[in-house]
Design a binder for this molecule. Sequence first.
Ligand code: PFF
Length: 456
Amino acid sequence: MQTTNTKRGQFTTKIGIIMASAGSAVGLGNIWRFPYETGENGGAAFILIYLACVLFIGMPIVISEFVIGRRGKVNTSGAFRVLAPGTPWYMVGMLGVLTGIIILGYYTVVAGWTLEYIMQAAIGGFAGKSPADFQSSFVEFSSHSFRPLLWLAIFMFMTHYIVVSGVEKGIERYSKIMMPMLLVIMLVLVGCSISLPGASKGLEFLLKPDFSKVDGSVLMSAMGQAFFSLSIGMGCLCTYSSYFKRDVNLARTALSVVSLDTLVAILAGLIIFPAAFSVNIQPDTGPSLIFVTLPNVFQQAFGSMPILSWVFSVMFYLLLSVAALTSTISLHEVVTAYLKEEFKISRKKAAWIVTLFCLGLGVIASLSLGEWEEAKVFGMSFFDFSDYITTKIMMPIGGILISVFVGWWMDKKDLKDEMMSSGELKKSFFKVFAFVLKYVVPLGIAILFINGMGWM
Ligand code: PFF
């Protein structure tokens, strides 16, 4: 199957490129998953390990994926085929496509929850409730057999619509407006949260590391979170960079995306933990953490001004769902671009296949939290299993293969050419980058992985 480069879309402006890539990276991973993983893994020590993973493993992989995608100019699997013809490397791309399919299924379930919360916020459903009420409403809602499915379907079709409208019109335009709005509203919420009574304990939890509880599983969780949050190890950024122009500076773009992503995660932590400690919600509550904690913030921080509480809660969930949308779009795009280009079908048809298949997976994931609770996969609900296998196994394996491909297999001249396409890069930077990519990334992932699996 030969792929063609003709008539592909392109992102048009540099800021649009950064926003679209950051739009993929910033999402539920930062605002929903990062806080509860931090809470379950002990707080500040986890965050420091996470930051090290982002810097030494995440950043080099982001650059590598950009290089592969822009050089190949096709979907992720096709890009490996273009760069390494006649070898099995294209299978790394296929692994990424499979990872994308699984993530899109369960991710859209949570994205659907955000729609329910927009509605609840809008109709004043938080008013007069206690922290315990928020907890029970969440459990009742997420295990309900119909409502979450309805929101899931709505979210999946919104994603579908934008992916079908194409790269320039759909993805870039939406990301450019919404990302900055999200940042502003998060800053305001940080202010609200840290001024709640008893918030300082939450800050301590975030800032005072206790390494005594760090074990292999904490290390693996931190690495998994870095992969998930940065959208790496599965060809998502390869797919996006295949739409980048030559004059985009890949290292600088990577730095902007990684910094923004990290900033949003830290802000989310600064919103959630002071508030959680203030109303006595346990930090290790798990996936319900933000859905139970945040309504309290809106209630208490603006208690005397219900209108402000209304505005902020509606805006927050709205922007959270938009952040989730720019991520589901990127997940969908990985699979759609693959089907379209590898099987020579129309964009529309490819998108329909992805939408319907992932909707099916999403339904199973959603029901596995309620009606089908008894059915376990390796002792986990299908929802938890989808999260576990992708973030802790498939993405890290993808990450090792990508770093080995760019660090060891790819021609140095090609790598330099891509990295210097928009001007000279400092020689010393390139040397350090090549070293980290060749040794630190694959060995680091392997060690954390083996440790986390308890094999060492
Ligand atoms: N990075 C996204 C988030 O943090 O919400 C999730 C994600 C998007 C993972 C796209 C993987 C991906 F390809």
